[in-house]
Design a protein around this ligand. Structure first.
Ligand code: GLP
Length: 240
């Protein structure tokens, strides 16, 4: 695992965007795995500027988002569909046919999850997976547990994650308690992974990843088993 430590959130965002841009320029029809959360917003902003000033082209890029709350409507401002439109897709030249996000309103969750994995396979797998990390080490919505799921699946969120994400909702009881998410196989089979962490509330989870031990109690620690992972941290997240 490679570790890049940046001065602050801005530098972390710029560093990440520059790496993503390089990958897109090298393979304009790449398959890109995308995260939500507050961490990647700055990186998305930088990428939007590059598209708008004509130095980056997303027209051939295919995207797969990591996760979505369940149940939730795509039109709900708290949905990850809505988040992606607002923070990224509405501002870049992406072909909407190439955008994939799990359906938080699907009736048959198992079928939706199996089809999502199949669609990723049909596109030849994810070239570059971008990730954030939860305060408890979760990646996408793979929460710490004795066992982790390999494939895309429905998951119950931990109390900590519900509490952490409550800041985006009017109150904690409005946070969905379930989500659909890519599993560990889906994440680890990406050819390259870039993971961002900012702020001291991520420092403990990040430090556990660099102990050289892998534990399902910190899902991000499984990234140590992947051959091409870059952690981009600000100084606060790297603090421990
Ligand atoms: C959510 C998302 C994750 C994200 C995490 C951290 O639970 N499912 O993909 O990495 O939160 O979010 P933030 O960047 O807001 O700290």
């Amino acid at each position: 695992m490679q570790k890049l430590i940046c001065k602050d959130y801005e530098e972390m965002s710029r560093t990440a965007a520059d790496l993503v841009a390089k990958e897109v320029q090298a393979k304009p029809d790449m398959v890109l795995g995308l995260p939500t959360g507050s961490t990647p917003v700055g990186m998305y902003r930088q990428l939007i500027s590059m598209v708008q000033n004509g130095t980056l082209d997303f027209s051939q890029v295919t995207t797969f988002n990591l996760d979505e709350y369940y149940p939730i409507d795509a039109s709900n401002p708290q949905s990850y569909h809505y988040f992606m439109d607002e923070n990224f897709f509405n501002h870049i030249n992406i072909d909407r046919q190439r955008v994939h996000i799990l359906d938080g309103r699907c009736e048959d969750v198992q079928q939706e999850c199996a089809q999502y994995d199949a669609r990723i396979r049909d596109f030849g797998g994810i070239d570059l997976q971008l990730l954030g990390i939860g305060g408890n080490g979760h990646i996408a919505f793979n929460e710490p547990d004795d066992f982790l799921d390999a494939n895309t699946h429905l998951v119950s969120l931990t109390a900590q994650t519900v509490q952490d994400n409550a800041r985006f909702f009017e109150s904690e009881d409005q946070v969905p308690t379930q989500a659909v998410t890519l599993g560990m196989q889906g994440i680890l089979s990406a050819k390259k992974i870039i993971i961002l962490a900012s702020g001291k509330n991520k420092a403990k989870a990040v430090s556990e990843v660099f102990t050289g031990k892998i534990t399902t109690q910190n899902p991000a620690s499984l990234l140590a088993a992947h051959r091409d992972v870059i952690f981009i941290l600000d100084e606060a997240a790297a603090g421990l």
